[in-house]
Design a protein around this ligand. Sequence first.
Ligand SMILES: CC(C)(COP(=O)(O)OP(=O)(O)OC[C@H]1O[C@@H](n2cnc3c(N)ncnc32)[C@H](O)[C@@H]1OP(=O)(O)O)[C@@H](O)C(=O)NCCC(=O)NCCS
Length: 380
Amino acid sequence: MMAAAVQVAPSGLEGVVVTDTQIGDVRGTEGFFQYRGYDATDLARNCRLEEVWHLLLYGDLPDTTEADRFTDRIAGLRRDFTPALFDRVHQVTAGATDRVAALRTAWSLAAADLGARPWLDLSPQQRIDQALALAAVGPLLVAATHRPGVAADLDDLPASTAAAYLQLVTGEAAKPDRVTALERYLVLTIDHGLNASTFTARVVASTGADLGAVLVAAVGALSGPLHGGAPSLALEMLDDIATPDRAEAWIRDAVGRGERIMGFGHRIYRTEDPRARLLRETAQELGGPRIDLALHVEQTARRVLRELKPDRVLDVNVEYHAAIVMDAAGLPPALFTPTFAVSRAIGWTAHALEQMDGNRIMRPNSRYTGPEPVRPIRPR
Ligand SMILES: CC(C)(COP(=O)(O)OP(=O)(O)OC[C@H]1O[C@@H](n2cnc3c(N)ncnc32)[C@H](O)[C@@H]1OP(=O)(O)O)[C@@H](O)C(=O)NCCC(=O)NCCS
């Protein structure tokens, strides 16, 4: 085969297409994103998480009977893990302040418990089974990093992933409006183009490594504040601003110091992030002490960023209202990014499966800009 012509990619790989996908697509100038031909915000408004999960993995939206069966299957897969796994996760991660790092470790332990083997060595059916099981166990792993004794609650959990997740984390049955709010958030964040963590997942899958490696690497990419680590920082900003009258000065000072306002800006969107729109609505429905302040800060930040950064459209992104919704649903800020990982794992595993269609290891080049080779070192 002839060597491919060398091309230099732009900084941050912006605008570079590296793979085909049928899973989803983001249209930045239209403010639109979809999963397999369905507007993702419509799915979030109208479907259960498990229905959308089925769509991502099998390519179609299930009817009610299929959806119930699939939901039960997911719940059953959670119970198939060894109960001692969750105690081990708690022991290993208890006291860790960084809950995303804890989840990373937990997923590694879960993959070992499942007997995950190199992706390339598995049959298509085995891959689907492992993809479902490792994504299904996410809520339990997050809960086990958060509190002890999770395994004892397994038999009393509702089948719905969102309801089970809230119950696992808080230790009590969740109110329906909180479950609906969280479920919308989870559906909205399953997939979003070839973002950094999904790209990472596909790179690792392309090497044929096991699915545990895919998830651990993807969580690592997600944990960065420029990707999934922003929601708790957005809430910290609101706490720091504290009252509406302080918003304008706070934002001007931060931008003046060259800092980024968390929850604003996006690589692809040049409009309001459509996920932010539905989450804002959801946050308003839930109410709560922070909502009015959040809306005021959002308007102020939009205006100030337009004035101070006129060359770049910097509108609100998913992370801003995600923080408000998760907070109002009863999740502690330390679990915001792990919660993002719970839903994005559905997308990562779908991409790991898709990567196996005509897989070729992803192996780009770098351009060497160091010093020219020096004379050979003489043997001493
Ligand atoms: C999301 C993000 C990483 C996209 O980055 P990107 O496409 O690489 O954009 P760039 O880093 O090239 O930024 C372009 C310009 O906008 C500015 N900018 C980008 N996001 C900004 C923000 N949130 N606040 C203030 N300025 C911002 C940059 O400083 C830069 O300005 P400059 O040219 O004067 O230096 C970036 O907008 C960001 O850091 N946002 C805050 C973190 C966040 O909300 N992350 C969640 C993403 S869903």
